[in-house]
Design a protein around this ligand. Structure first.
Ligand code: IPM
Ligand code: MG
Length: 356
């Protein structure tokens, strides 16, 4: 069980350290090796995804990723910016299936900006296609506008595209996840406007024939955004493309009021995966020891479940997290009156203790 540890920037190193602490007390034989990525990769080797880091990630069975991005790298040209590290890893490792659960822990119901009755008990799973769509479509760039009223001016352009095979491999991930849950899948598209997503809808409908036990519903992305804040509990599993999934998963994360709690998994066809918290590098609080490590710890649990097939160990970690929440321990982002505010390390230590 070889794990590449890529802490990255901002709060990345602090939160990843807590997850590593948890992995180390499980009594399993993990082989852990760290490498710089993102701004840290640029600082060390002049590239956000240094060759040695990519090689380590390729050789490992799983990657534990912190977060990338820091103000000091904002002015670099696009190809050298920290975000390129995560985009490069997704593409190079073929991590096409991104699982983003949004779960509201009952102890944190007060943290949501929505009314408690709208979100209490929320448990939805967004599956975002991660290596296609307008994120990676070619051609793209800035060119001379070839036609229309702005002909001859400079224009920026990107290309939205999905190959049949790409849709045929992500759709089953949605159907199969629904089979293990509430047997309902919502495929989110924009078929009323975009050719790419009419095609998406047609292929998903076709794949549905193999999963008659799952109820499939199609929803336009604008309506899905509205339903997510109106009645989020009506969803079970959502499957969608890269761009829509990026946007909807941030909205879904905020329903829970605590983006610091949400893990994610990005999987290839063989369940090799990259596991990272759903939140970013939060450079404003980096190094202060106040970041919430639970999303990263829960990402390690997803790693045990999906890549290593150790469901019991994943359950152990998830139960330990529930236990520390019920003990009233909170990092600053989820702290409310009547609970005990703790720092990053103390939270990690509490999870380790709850595991024992
Ligand atoms: C995410 C992030 C990334 C994305 C950025 C950092 C490139 O927003 O993982 O959702 O857009 O996919
Ligand atoms: Mg995003």
């Amino acid at each position: 069980m070889k794990i590449a540890i890529l802490p990255g920037d901002g709060i990345g190193p602090e939160i990843v350290a807590q997850a590593v602490k948890v992995l180390n007390v499980l009594g399993e034989k993990f082989e852990l090796e760290s490498a710089p990525v993102g701004g840290a990769g640029y600082a060390a080797h002049g590239h956000p995804l240094p060759e040695a880091t990519l090689a380590l990630a390729k050789a490992a069975d799983a990657v534990l990723f912190g977060a990338v991005g820091d103000y000091q790298y904002d002015k670099l040209e696009r190809s050298l910016r920290p975000e390129q590290a995560i985009l490069g890893l997704r593409k190079q490792l073929g991590l096409f299936a991104n699982l983003r659960p949004a779960i509201l822990y009952p102890e944190l119901a007060g943290a949501s900006t929505l009314k408690p009755e709208v979100v209490s008990g929320l448990d939805i799973l967004i599956i975002r296609e991660l290596t296609g769509d307008i994120y990676f479509g070619q051609p793209r760039g800035v060119r001379e506008c070839p036609d229309g009223p702005f002909k001859g001016q400079r224009e920026g352009f990107d290309t939205m595209r999905y190959a049949e095979g790409e849709i045929r491999r992500i759709a089953p991930v949605g159907f199969q996840a629904a089979q293990t849950r509430g047997r309902r899948l919502t495929s989110v598209d924009k078929a009323n406007v975009l050719e790419t997503f009419q095609f998406w809808k047609d292929i998903v409908t076709h794949v549905h024939q193999e999963y008659p036990d799952v109820a499939l519903e199609h929803m336009y992305v604008d309506n899905a955004a509205m339903q997510l804040v109106r009645a989020p509990k009506k969803f079970d599993v959502i499957v969608t493309g890269n761009m829509f999934g990026d946007i909807l998963s941030d909205a879904a994360a905020m329903l829970t009021g605590s983006i610091g709690m949400l893990p994610s998994a990005s999987l290839d066809a063989n369940n090799k995966g990259l596991y990272e918290p759903s939140h970013g590098s939060a450079p404003d609080i980096a190094g202060k020891g106040i970041a919430n490590p639970l999303a990263t710890i829960l990402s390690a649990a997803m790693m045990l479940r999906f890549t290593f097939g150790r469901a019991e160990q994943a359950d152990r970690i998830e139960n330990a997290v529930k236990r520390v929440l019920s003990q009233g321990l909170r990092t600053a982002d989820i702290h409310e009156a009547g609970t005990t505010k703790v720092g990053t390390e103390a939270m990690g230590d509490a999870v380790v203790k709850a595991l024992a």
